[in-house]
Write a protein that binds this ligand. Structure first.
Ligand code: FAD
Ligand code: 2HG
Ligand code: ZN
Length: 469
């Protein structure tokens, strides 16, 4: 067993006494995840303020043979930022590393520390007259380090791509405590392996991201937003090429919401209102963004084309920023509403977009057979082929969902695999999907991942037990 008092003393000497938390009530917020499904134990929770301090923490932990669990805003949905049950790890929270180091208008980049909240990056970009396009419901509290490490997606991926496409350079503390300075703002760099890509989406298993150079884009102050009532998922997928054809690069968001999902928001989100007079089976949230009022014209053109093609049942166009925000609540409010509505089983799946209707048609009846009364809370980033195919317990019967969870998840994942999809689109693997992800990959793929992990972290101390089985 590691010598706990000695390690705590070393950490306090390196970071100062107030940056090392070991009282249960101080550590508690860092030991349970946003969903409440994962709770762990830790030696200590530490809050380094600089890259050198992060490196000192890692060196001390490695010397003591203690695991290191990086944590940003703790909004992750796969249990990746929570330590295991054995208490043999130190949680490293990056929340004191909040400096915007540089905005470079020529390179069109922003360099930020890992603990900066996503919303602060967006605001800094706006101050510089630019846009940082990553957009998530959790943007007020999630951090750049978490976004990089989960390769976060969100509601503007259709136009700008995931975090992987928005990062130009990284600074990382490696599992042996060395610092890799890859903070280059270069668009082109063909000097061998693209190392930064290894750390993006690694969920803290290969090192601790301490800073990143991110790409900026032209500002898009004009937004045209509409909620469409749709007959089917087929209509949503058929509308994608149509919207793209009419709106071109202005098409930023194309999201799907089932009636079940919308109903939960209407029930649990104070102030949420159904903008239609009648109920519809499916809804699509479309947003165009640009620099001029042209976006409104293009949205109208797109809606007319959709109606002519027989793909639209009804539509509501936001006429003001307040109306726009009210439509967005109906989409962004689903996670919170579902959390209130009872036990939840999340499936963050991705499929070839044209297979989404088949998937939904196949899987729903199988799940209802397996658990009568299960609520299918289907929504997500249909423009990216990414569904949050979430389930809620039959009303008042959380135990039934928990008991049936392995069967239900197997039904969903088998169908995803059969249709050529992936069981994690954007939330990552963490512990939640660690074993399942490996079981749907080829042996070669799993072994390659193990090889990378062993090469960088031979002692397996960097976020132990996550991602790689
Ligand atoms: P954490 O939860 O703290 O950590 C996530 C993972 O990254 C863990 O494995 C952790 O160990 C690792 N990590 C964190 N910081 C570092 C670091 N500096 N270095 C190395 N590893 C690190 N996700 C999406 O992709 N799209 C969405 O649309 C979306 N919407 C959401 C809406 C809500 C309401 C909520 C609660 C979550 C949502 N998420 C979404 C999930 C989550 O917000 C993202 O995964 C986010 O990127 C996590 O950032 P974080 O700072 O909270 O990371
Ligand atoms: C979203 O798109 C997020 O709203 C959260 O990825 C999904 O809570 C979820 O399952
Ligand atoms: Zn999502």
């Amino acid at each position: 067993m590691p010598d706990r008092p000695a390690l705590l003393a070393e950490l306090r000497a390196a970071l100062g006494p107030t940056a090392v938390l070991d009282a249960p009530e101080e550590m508690a917020p860092h030991l349970t995840d946003w969903t409440g499904a994962f709770t762990g134990h830790a030696f200590a929770v530490v809050r380094p303020a600089t890259t050198d301090e992060v490196a000192a923490v890692v060196r001390a932990c490695v010397a003591a043979g203690v695991g290191v669990v990086p944590q940003g805003g703790n909004t992750g949905l796969a249990g990746g930022a929570i330590p295991g049950p054995d208490g043999a790890a130190v949680v490293v929270v990056l929340d004191r590393m909040r400096r915007v180091r540089e905005v470079d208008p020529v390179a069109d980049t922003i360099t930020v520390e890992a603990g900066v909240a996503l919303q602060s990056v967006q605001e800094s970009a706006v101050e510089a007259g630019r846009l940082f396009p990553l957009s998530l419901g959790s943007e007020g509290s999630c951090t750049v380090g978490g976004n990089v490490s989960t390769n976060a997606g969100g509601t503007a991926v259709l136009r700008y791509g995931m975090m992987r496409e928005l990062v130009l350079g990284l600074e990382v503390v490696l599992p042996d405590g060395r610092i890799w300075d890859g903070l280059r703002p270069l668009r082109k760099d063909n000097t061998g392996y693209d190392l930064k890509q290894l750390f993006i989406g690694a969920e803290g298993t290969l090192g601790i991201v301490t800073a990143a150079v991110l790409r900026l884009f032209p500002a898009t102050p004009r937004r045209a937003t509409a909620l469409l009532a749709l007959e089917s998922v087929e209509a949503a997928t058929a509308l994608l090429p149509l919207l793209r054809g009419v709106a071109g690069e202005q098409l930023t968001t194309w999201e799907l919401i089932s009636r079940e999902a919308l109903g939960l928001v209407l029930e649990h989100h104070p102030g949420a209102r159904d903008p239609f007079d009648a109920e519809h089976r499916w809804y699509g949230l479309v947003e165009l963004a640009g620099a001029s009022a042209d976006v409104d014209v293009r949205l109208q053109d797109a809606l007319e084309a959709a109606a002519e093609a027989g793909l639209l049942v009804d539509a509501v166009v936001a006429g003001s920023p307040q109306q726009r925000a009210a439509l967005w609540v109906l989409r962004e409010g689903v996670s919170e509403a579902q959390k209130i509505a009872g036990a939840t089983l999340k499936h963050d799946v991705t499929l070839p977009t044209r297979a989404l209707p088949d998937f939904v048609a196949q899987v729903g009846p199988r799940l209802r057979d397996a658990l009568p009364g299960v609520r299918l809370v289907t929504y997500g980033h249909v423009g990216d082929g990414n569904l949050h195919y979430n389930l809620s317990a039959p009303v008042g019967d959380d135990a039934a969902l928990r008991a049936a969870a392995p069967t239900l998840t197997r039904i969903v994942y088998d169908a995803v695999a059969g249709l050529g999809g992936s069981i994690s689109a954007e939330h990552g693997v963490g512990v939640l999907k660690r074993d399942a992800a490996a079981s749907y990959k080829s042996e070669v793929e799993v072994e390659l991942m193990r090889t990378v992990k062993r090469a960088l972290d031979p002692r397996g101390l960097m976020n132990p037990g996550k991602v790689v089985p």
